[in-house]
Design a protein around this ligand. Structure first.
Ligand code: PXG
Length: 442
């Protein structure tokens, strides 16, 4: 790794940082300047073990040569091709490769540049699908409390995070929400899927009855809610959602931005739970986080419904300048090859037990009110400091960084999602460092 000790920005003011406590950060910046495999290197030359795969995206580990080389080569060969009415081979190759690893029946791919854009795309596909089928009265979208579907208007409308919604006006109309499934009283310290709560899916029946099925276009959920603190679906819950949506002709959208590409030890959460959605939203791990890219996969039935009318007309009035960008496509192809070559899309199944045992060994440490895990995801929920929510977990985050591990916190929940190349020794380090930190928390 090269030495970047002298690389320090001289003014932190201009960059308005996303989802960051800007003033706090700029008083004591935490900067990475390099990365390799499981580790980051800080501006002052320290190694930090990546317990979060960046932001849940660097599934193959950092700076993997095959991906780097693919990007370099593509940028030198064909930097950009117009995304509308023109094509280039790599986008088609990547779409085929994606369909190859995706759950059965998700056969067509629409490219975007982020999870948020994938969500907007999925919602628009759902609404337009019903309309092209002559069923345009289906305009309602159903999300879920504590759901995170990115930050654009559609996504925050179906999302269920109050702080992400309350500043932004009326949002989309015609949206309703399922209850979330988090239940510490019944399910605390569950390993894998919790036993209690499948009946919460029946709330969909209530919502459907309230609005009438003929008005509902789609239900969107994260199979495992990531951002709001790793909320694992109760046993049987997703299967029930599938049954109810099918019964009423409602599309089921899985937002697999976090759960996609091996996070649960299967290629997608749909594989893990044996529930295939009609539309699947992806991003993050698609390109190992290296180049922004998202993809929405849809069933043939949905795609084919649009392929009608005069052939010279555009079938779906949607797309981005960078949909299927050549460099992003090259990164995606190299990423999928890396996953395949190293068996990373199923590695979480091999490592999952060790991961689970390591995390649950923290039961009994101070402030810990729940530990939960699935695949290579885990969460440690802390008792909030009375009257000061988020403060305790944020202190853990800062201490962890100082101690050489990168974790994420949301509310008073510590979320962990290491790159899928994680070894047992890394898990030991993460767990031991967390144990030490938990002992010191106020
Ligand atoms: N859907 C889901 C399920 C997500 O987790 C998005 C959509 C939006 O993706 P983009 O690429 O537009 O950010 C996400 C993003 C965290 C964290 O620490 C989670 C996300 C992003 C940043 C941080 O929990 N998820």
């Amino acid at each position: 790794m090269s030495n970047h000790l002298n690389v320090t920005p001289n003014d932190l003011g201009a960059f308005w940082m996303p989802f960051t406590a800007n003033r706090q950060f700029k008083k004591a910046p935490r900067m990475f300047v390099a990365a390799r495999d499981m580790h980051y290197q800080t501006v002052d030359g320290r190694q930090v073990l990546d317990g979060t795969a960046g932001l849940w995206c660097v599934n193959a580990g950092h700076c993997r040569p095959r991906i780097t080389e693919a990007i370099q080569q593509q940028a030198a060969e064909l930097d950009y091709a117009p995304a509308f009415q023109m094509g280039h081979p790599k986008a088609f190759e990547l779409a085929n490769a994606l369909v190859g690893v995706a759950p059965e029946g998700l056969n067509h791919v629409f490219f975007t540049n982020s999870g948020s854009e994938s969500v907007e795309t999925a919602l628009k596909v759902a609404l337009a699908y019903h309309r092209v089928k002559g069923d345009g009265s289906r305009f309602r979208l159903i999300g879920r409390e504590r759901g995170y579907h990115g930050v654009n208007f559609g996504g925050i409308s179906v999302g269920g995070i109050v702080s992400n919604r309350k500043m932004f006006g009326t949002l989309l109309t015609g949206v309703d929400h399922l209850p979330h499934t988090h239940n510490l009283a019944k399910n605390a310290f569950t390993r894998g899927e919790p036993a209690h709560g499948a009946e919460l899916a029946d709330e969909l029946e209530r919502i459907v009855t309230l609005h009438d099925p003929s008005t509902i276009a789609a239900v969107i959920v994260e199979p495992v809610a990531g951002s709001t603190g790793v909320l694992i679906p109760p046993k049987g819950y997703l299967q029930k959602l599938r049954e109810i949506t099918r019964k009423y002709g409602i599309l089921l959208i899985f937002d697999e931005v976090i759960t996609g590409f091996g996070r649960l030890g299967t290629p997608f959460a749909a594989d893990y739970f044996g529930v295939i959605p009609d539309i699947m939203v992806t991003a993050k791990g698609l390109t190992n986080g290296v180049i922004p890219m998202g993809a929405v996969l849809v069933k043939s039935e949905i795609h084919d419904a649009f392929m009608q009318g005069p052939e010279h007309l555009i079938e779906f009035m949607h797309g981005y300048t960078y949909s299927g960008n050549p460099v992003a496509s090259a990164a995606g192809l190299a990423t999928l090859e890396t996953y395949k070559e190293e068996g990373l899309l199923t590695r979480g199944a091999e490592m999952g037990k060790y991961w689970e045992d390591g995390l649950h060994s923290l039961k009994g440490e101070r402030h810990v009110i729940d530990i939960r895990n699935i695949g290579l995801v885990g969460a440690i929920e802390l008792e909030p400091i009375a009257g000061q929510p988020t403060k305790r977990a944020f202190a853990a985050f800062v201490k962890a960084f100082e101690a050489g591990i990168l974790i994420r916190t949301t509310g008073d929940i510590i979320a962990l999602s290491p790159p899928l190349i994680v070894e047992k020794s890394h898990i030991d380090t993460l767990v031991q460092t967390l144990r030490d930190i938990l002992k010191t928390l106020e």
